[in-house]
Write a protein that binds this ligand. Structure first.
Ligand code: H53
Length: 831
C-alpha cells in the first residue's frame, strides 16, 4: 500500500483527536468539566456531578458544529422552518446526543477506564417534560429529523419551569407530584439574556395620525412582560448540522419594576415580577385540552409574540426588508395553540412596521402552515370573545378584520348560503360569542395537514368540509413518524446491533427503508434465535425494573401485552381491562386450561381533572391486585401499571413488548405514534382501523397485524342509526358477567359503588363504543394467543414488522413537509 493510501483507521483516529472525540480527549474533557464546572474531584463527586460533567463534555463537542451551522445559515440566508409548538418532549439528551455524535462506544470505554458506571450516569438525567404526550413528542422527533436532514430550523416554545407532573400510584390512585426539572440545573441550555422581547397584554387601542397624516392604530397595554430566550442545541445524526430549540422564559419587564419603585411601592414591584413569571411557570397537564383558562391564552400569546419578534429580528439581521419574510421563513403551527401568531404577525407588520393591510396579509398567509391533530370536538380550541378582548384587544380587531375579508369572499363564492357563512366564521355566534382558533388557523395558512391518511380524509370531509369545498388545494396529509435514533438506537441497542449485523451496515439509522433488507432473512433460523434472545433480554430488563418499582414480578416467557399512552376514554384502556377480566374468569372457571401466560402492562398519565381517566387507573390497579394475589391464577396472568410513563421510562417498554395495544375507537385517534414505536421494536399490533394503524397494517401486511372492530365508516353509521350499549350488555352473557364482576365489589374490597360511574357510563352511554367492539376484541385476542404458541411464526411476523416500518421514520415525514409544504432545501454542514 502506498503512502498516499494511508489506512483508514489512522485517519479516523487523527480526526477523532482533532475534534475531541477520541477516548483520551473525552476523558480529559470529562475530568476538566468535573473540576472546573462542578468544582469536584473524582473521589467526592456525586452521581449528579458525574452526569453534569458527562453532559458538559458532550455539549462541548456539539458547540463547534452549532456555531458553524449558525454562521453558514446566516451567510447562505437559508430558508428556515420555524416550528411553533406549545409542547416539546425531547426526552433525556445525553444518550441521544452521544448516538448522534457517533461516540457511544468511545464514551462508554472512556467511562470504563475512569472506573465509572456509564449506564448509571445516563440514568441520572431528568427529562424535560415540556409536553403531555403525542403532540409534544412529535415536535421533538421532528426537531431530530430536521437536523438530520440538514434543514435549517428553529423550534419555538415555552421553557416551563414545571413540566408535566410526575405520576405516583398510591392505593391504586394516580397522585401528581410537581416536576421541578430545573432544580439541579440544565446543562443543555444556554441562556440568551440579550435576546429578550416585550410581550403586551390588556389595555386598549386608539387611533392616531402618523407624520404622513395616515390613520393608524396604537395598542396601549396594561401589562408588559419580557420573554427571554433559552437555547438548546439539536444535533442531527451523523451530520454537522445543529439546529435550535429556542424556549422562552417569562420575566418581569424592567421598565415596569422601575415605575413601581419610583412611587415607593417595593412590594408592588416584586409582586409584578412574580406575576410575570407565572406565565412560563407550568405546563397545562391536559393532552387534548379544553379551552378556557386565561393563563393558557396568556401563555400561547407569550411564546408566539416572542417568536415572531425574534423572526423579524433575524430577518433584519440576515436578509433585510420584511417584504421577503415569507421567502426567508415558513412557520409551522403545531395544532391551534400557536395560531395567535397569525394575528400577531399582522399586528407587528402593520402597527410596528408601517405596512398596509394587503401587503401584511399577503406575507402572513404565505408564511403560515397548520397541522391539525384532533377531530375531537372538546379538544378544538375556542376562546370567549370577552376574554380575548380583555387580554388582546388589538388582536381581536385584527381577527374581526380577517373575518370580514374572508366572509366576503365566502359570500361571493357560495351565493346566498348564510348557513355556511355562519359555520365558517372565525367567530361562533351561537351562545356566548367565541373565537374559533381552528378556523383562524385554516384561513391564515397556505397549507393545512392532518397527521395520518384516514385523519386527513376526515379533516376534509367532516371538520373542515366547508373549507375544503372552498380551498381544496390547501389540504394535505403528512402521516406522522418517529425518530429511529431515539426509539431504536437509544432505546434498544441490542436490537439495533442485531439489525446492523444482519443487514451488514447501520445505514438503516438514517434511511429506515433499508430495514427491508431484513426481509431476506425473515426465515433464517439463526436470526430467529438471536431475535428471540434480544426480545427476552429486554423483557428481563423490564421485569426487573417493574419488580423494583412496583413489586410485581412478571414471567419473561409470558406475552408482554402493553398499552402505554395517555389515559383517555377514547383510547379505551377499559376495553383492554374487560379482556383481562375475561381471561381471569375463564381461568377461574377452568383452572387447568392451557392458557398462554400473559403479562398485561399499562402505562400513562391521566389529566388531573379528568375523573373518569383517574378511575380507569384505579380500576387497572384494583384488578391487578386481585389477579396477582389469587393463588389459583398462579402467575398465569399478571397485571401491572408502570408508574410515570414518560420518554425515559418508555424506553424500557418499547423493546420488551410482544403485543402493542392500539385499540381506540376508529375515527378518534388522529394518528398515534406509540403504535409506530412498538412496531419498530418488533411488537405485533392488536388494533382498530384508526389513525396510522391503517397505514401500519398496509405496510406490514394484514397477515402480520391483529385487526378487530368497527371501521370509522361503520362507527358513524352506528351513531346515525342510534347506538344502545345496554343491548350489548343484555345480549352478551360474558360481557355482562365481566361488567357485573366489577360491580360486585370484588376489585374494591366489597365496595359496589366505587366503579359504578365507569360501568354505568359503559352500559348507558358508552360514547366510545367499548361494548360494540368487545366481542370482536375478545375473539382477536384469542387469535393472538394462538399465534403466540407458534414461536417461529410469531418471530417471523415480528421481524417482518420491523423490516416494513421504514415509512414511519420522522425523516420521511419531514421530507414530505419539506417537499410538498415548506419548499425548503437541505443546507449541509460538513463534519
Ligand atoms: O397528537 C399526536 C397524534 C395523536 C393525537 C395527539 C394530540 C395531542 O397529543 C394533544 C392534542 C391534540 O389535539 C392531539 O391525539 O393521535 O398522534 C401527534 O400528531
Amino acid at each position: 500500500m502506498s503512502m498516499a493510501q494511508s489506512p483508514e483507521p489512522l485517519d479516523v483516529d487523527r480526526e477523532r483527536t482533532r475534534t475531541g472525540m477520541s477516548k483520551t480527549a473525552l476523558k480529559q474533557g470529562f475530568l476538566d468539566n468535573l473540576f472546573y464546572i462542578q468544582g469536584r474531584f473524582r473521589e467526592v463527586a456525586t452521581p449528579h456531578d458525574l452526569y453534569m460533567a458527562a453532559a458538559y463534555t458532550t455539549r462541548d463537542r456539539i458547540l463547534e458544529r452549532w456555531i458553524k451551522s449558525a454562521q453558514r445559515y446566516k451567510t447562505n440566508q437559508s430558508r428556515t422552518v420555524c416550528y411553533l409548538s406549545a409542547e416539546f418532549l425531547p426526552g433525556p439528551h445525553l444518550a441521544n446526543n452521544l448516538v448522534n455524535l457517533g461516540i457511544v462506544e468511545t464514551a462508554t470505554e472512556a467511562a470504563h477506564e475512569l472506573g465509572l458506571d456509564f449506564d448509571a450516569i445516563i440514568a441520572e438525567e431528568a427529562e424535560p417534560g415540556l409536553g403531555n404526550g403525542g403532540l409534544g413528542r412529535l415536535a421533538a422527533c421532528f426537531m431530530d429529523s430536521l437536523s438530520t436532514l440538514q434543514i435549517p430550523s428553529i423550534g419555538y416554545g415555552i421553557r416551563y419551569e414545571f413540566g408535566i407532573f410526575d405520576q405516583t400510584i398510591e392505593d391504586g390512585w394516580q397522585v401528581e407530584k410537581s416536576d421541578n426539572w430545573l432544580r439541579n440545573g440544565n446543562p443543555w441550555e444556554i441562556p440568551r439574556p440579550k435576546i429578550r422581547f416585550p410581550v403586551l397584554y390588556g389595555g386598549y387601542t386608539e387611533q392616531y395620525r402618523d407624520h404622513d397624516g395616515r390613520s393608524r392604530t396604537r395598542w396601549v397595554p396594561a401589562q408588559i412582560i419580557d420573554g427571554v430566550a433559552y437555547d438548546t442545541p439539536i444535533l442531527g445524526y451523523g451530520v454537522g448540522n445543529v439546529n435550535l430549540l429556542r424556549l422562552w422564559k417569562a420575566e418581569a419587564s424592567e421598565s415596569f419594576d422601575f415605575q413601581a419603585f419610583n412611587v415607593g411601592d417595593y412590594y408592588g414591584a416584586v409582586h409584578a415580577k412574580i406575576e410575570a413569571e407565572t406565565i412560563s411557570k407550568v405546563l397545562y397537564p391536559n393532552d387534548e385540552p379544553e379551552a378556557g383558562k386565561e393563563l393558557r391564552l396568556k401563555q400561547q400569546f407569550f411564546f408566539v409574540s416572542c417568536s415572531i419578534q425574534d423572526m423579524i429580528r433575524l430577518q433584519f439581521n440576515t436578509v433585510g426588508p420584511l417584504d421577503s419574510f415569507a421567502e426567508k421563513f415558513v412557520i409551522q403551527l403545531n395544532d391551534t395553540h400557536p395560531s395567535l401568531a397569525i394575528a400577531e404577525l399582522m399586528r407587528l407588520l402593520m402597527d410596528e412596521h408601517d405596512m398596509d393591510w394587503d401587503r401584511a396579509w399577503d406575507i402572513t398567509h404565505r408564511v403560515f402552515c397548520y397541522t391539525n391533530h384532533t377531530l375531537l370536538p372538546e379538544a378544538l380550541e375556542t376562546w370567549s370573545v370577552s376574554l380575548f378582548e380583555r387580554l388582546l384587544p388589538r388582536h381581536l380587531e385584527i381577527v374581526y378584520e380577517i373575518n370580514r375579508h374572508f366572509l366576503d369572499e365566502v359570500r361571493v363564492h357560495f351565493l346566498g348560503d348564510e348557513d355556511r357563512v355562519r359555520r365558517m366564521s372565525l367567530i361562533a355566534e351561537d351562545g356566548e360569542r367565541r373565537v374559533r382558533m381552528a378556523n383562524l388557523a385554516v384561513v391564515g395558512s397556505r397549507a393545512v395537514n392532518g397527521v395520518a391518511a384516514l385523519h386527513s380524509e376526515l379533516v376534509k370531509t367532516t371538520l373542515f368540509k366547508d373549507f375544503h369545498d372552498f380551498w381544496p388545494d390547501r389540504f394535505h396529509n403528512v402521516t406522522n413518524g418517529v425518530t429511529p435514533r431515539r426509539f431504536m438506537v437509544v432505546a434498544n441497542p441490542r436490537l439495533s446491533r442485531l439489525i446492523s449485523e444482519t443487514c451488514g451496515s447501520d445505514d438503516w439509522i438514517r434511511d429506515l427503508d433499508r430495514l427491508r433488507d431484513l426481509e431476506a432473512h425473515a426465515m433464517d433460523s439463526g436470526l430467529h434465535e438471536r431475535w428471540h434472545e434480544v426480545k427476552i433480554a429486554a423483557k428481563r430488563d423490564l421485569a426487573a425494573w417493574l419488580k423494583h418499582r412496583t413489586g410485581v414480578l412478571l414471567d419473561p416467557e409470558a406475552i408482554f401485552d402493553v398499552q402505554a399512552k395517555r389515559i383517555h376514554e377514547y383510547k379505551r384502556q377499559h376495553l383492554n381491562l374487560l379482556h383481562i377480566i375475561r381471561c381471569y374468569q375463564r381461568l377461574k372457571q377452568s383452572p387447568n386450561q392451557d392458557m398462554v401466560p400473559r403479562a398485561f402492562i399499562f402505562g400513562g398519565k391521566a389529566a388531573p381533572g379528568y375523573f373518569m381517566a383517574k378511575l380507569i387507573i384505579k380500576l387497572i390497579n384494583a384488578v391487578a391486585e386481585v389477579i396477582n394475589n389469587d393463588p389459583q391464577i398462579n402467575g398465569f396472568i399478571r397485571v401491572v401499571f408502570m408508574p410515570d410513563f414518560n420518554v425515559k421510562n418508555g424506553q424500557h417498554l418499547y423493546p420488551a413488548a410482544n403485543l402493542s395495544e392500539q385499540i381506540s375507537l376508529a375515527g378518534k385517534e388522529a394518528s398515534g405514534t406509540g403504535n409506530m414505536k412498538f412496531s419498530m421494536n418488533g411488537a405485533l399490533t392488536i388494533g382498530t382501523l384508526d389513525g396510522a394503524n391503517v397505514e401500519i397494517r398496509e405496510e406490514v401486511g394484514k397477515e402480520n397485524f391483529f385487526l378487530f372492530g368497527m371501521s370509522a365508516e361503520e362507527v358513524s353509521q352506528r351513531q346515525r342509526e342510534g347506538y344502545h350499549p345496554w343491548e350489548h350488555y343484555a345480549k352478551d352473557a360474558e360481557l355482562k358477567s365481566d361488567i357485573d364482576l366489577i360491580n360486585s365489589g370484588l376489585f374494591s374490597h366489597g365496595d359496589t359503588q366505587l366503579f359504578r360511574p365507569l360501568t354505568d357510563r359503559l352500559v348507558n352511554q358508552d360514547p366510545f363504543m367499548v361494548l360494540a367492539d368487545y366481542r370482536a376484541y375478545i375473539a382477536c385476542q384469542d387469535h393472538v394467543a394462538e399465534a403466540y404458541r407458534d414461536h417461529r411464526h410469531w418471530t417471523r411476523m415480528s421481524i417482518l414488522n420491523v423490516a416494513r416500518m421504514g415509512k414511519f421514520s420522522s425523516d420521511r415525514a419531514i421530507r414530505e413537509y419539506a417537499e410538498h409544504i415548506w419548499r425548503t432545501e437541505p443546507h449541509p454542514i460538513d463534519l
